[in-house]
Design a protein. Sequence first.
Length: 246
Amino acid sequence: MRIPFEPIILGYTINIHLVLEYLAFFFGFRYYLFLRKKTTDRISSTNRLSIILGAAIGAFLGSRIMGFLENPSFPYSLETLVNILNYKTIMGGLFGGLLGVELSKKIIGEQQSSGDLFVFPILLGIFIGRIGCMLSGINEFTYGKETTFFMGMNLGDGLIRHPLALYELIFVIFLSVFLLKIKNRELKNGLLFQYFMIFYFAFRFGIEFLKPNVFFVFGLSTIQLLCLLCLIYYRKTILNLFKNAR
């Protein structure tokens, strides 16, 4: 199979990344509904709906803002403005969703942690979405620098690059297995989601060094700065992780 993979159906070229992105949202949400039916939710249906709405709004704004800041440019035409509005990144979506949830919980006065139920649906969505990124090759900015590493691939421009989307697919599998194992332990409510955010953002901080970024602040990409912000946000949980490791 050739990358970028651009299947033609009935004379139309299919944007495989867009198709899989929609499928990621669909299957992720359906999986969330399936898990909620099997779980005794401590949060009422009304409050849970408000939390989901807050997460959706926060994720939308966060993904667009961080997508723009990843390589900022100012619109000089309507077409450029439309392209800028289409910039998005899952990192901004996750952190923006987190802030949206926390804000909505403050507004409605909800005290219970709400993130654990979202962990595996999010991981499923990431996995499906990254398949789309992998198949899109250099059409999506999820490719890496040139390399001689044995996993290097031609992603469509004739150069051997780090297949960052493939690396992330492998990582998501290992992270899912790890979280499934510790899920059965007596974890404090909300801790599973915190572990997911810590490990995923730490992974993305490291893998950004393999990406051909062009915009840096203090020698770090915008995504790496966001990762650091998230890790600082969860600093107490990280310190407890190190204590337990000892």
